[in-house]
Write a protein that binds this ligand. Sequence first.
Ligand code: PEP
Length: 249
Amino acid sequence: MRNILIAGNWKMNGSRASIKELLDGLKAGIDKVTNAKMAVCAPSIYLADVAEQLAGSAISWGAQDVSTEASGAYTGEISASMIKEFGCKYTIIGHSERRTYHGETDELVAKKFAVVLEAGMTPIFCIGETLEEREKGITEEVVARQVQAVIDMHGAAVLGKGVIAYEPVWAIGTGKTASPEQAQDVHAFIRSVIAKADAGVAENIIIQYGGSMNAGNAKDLLSQPDIDGGLIGGASLKAPDFLAIGTSA
Ligand code: PEP
C-alpha cells in the first residue's frame, strides 16, 4: 500500500509574516489529517524560518529547486548539502516553470534527481505535457521520455527512491484540472513505463497529481487507484484549503 503525500509548492510567494501565519494555521489543523503525509516547499530564503517553525511538527518541508553542483563559482545557486543542512526532507526538481523559464532539460533534471538523493533528501520529480503536446496526442511520449531520462542515467532502482509529480502543464495555475479519468490514465501509463524496467519500483513509487488541485476536486482525484497524493500550488497558500486537501485523502 502506497502512502499519500500532499506537498505544497509555494513558488515565489509569501513573506516572513504570511509564512508564519500559514504555518501556525497548518500546525493547528494537522491533527485532522489522518490518511496523508503533508509537506510544504518554500522559497529558499525562508527555509531556515520554516525549519524552525516546523520543528517537532508532523509537517515536513522541502525546497523548490537545487543546483547540480556541489559548491564553487555558481553565483546565485544553492547546493543540495546547503538545503539538507537545515533538515530539509524534499526538493522539487524539474517543475514545468523551471523547464520553461530556465530551459531545464530532461538530462539536467535527471542530474538533479541524483544530487538530491545523494544529499539524503527525496526528489519530487515533476513531469507533464504542455497543452500543445496534449493536443498533438503525444502526452504519453512526453511523460515516457521524461521518466526514461532518469532511468537511463541512474537506473530504475534510483528512480524508486523519489516521488513523481505528474503535472499537466496546461492545468498548472490555470484553474483547469485534468479530470480524474484523464489523470488516472496518465498515472497508470507512467507506472507501465517504469514497470518495463522494474515492476516493484512501478508498484511502490508515489505518483502525485498536480495542476489546480483544490479542496473541491481533491477527493475525486485522490480516489483514483494510481494517484498517490498531490503537488499543490495556489491552494497550498491558505491553511484551511491545504488542510482540506489533506483530509480528502
Ligand atoms: C504547481 O505549481 O506545481 C501547481 C500544481 O500549481 P497549481 O496547484 O496552482 O496549479
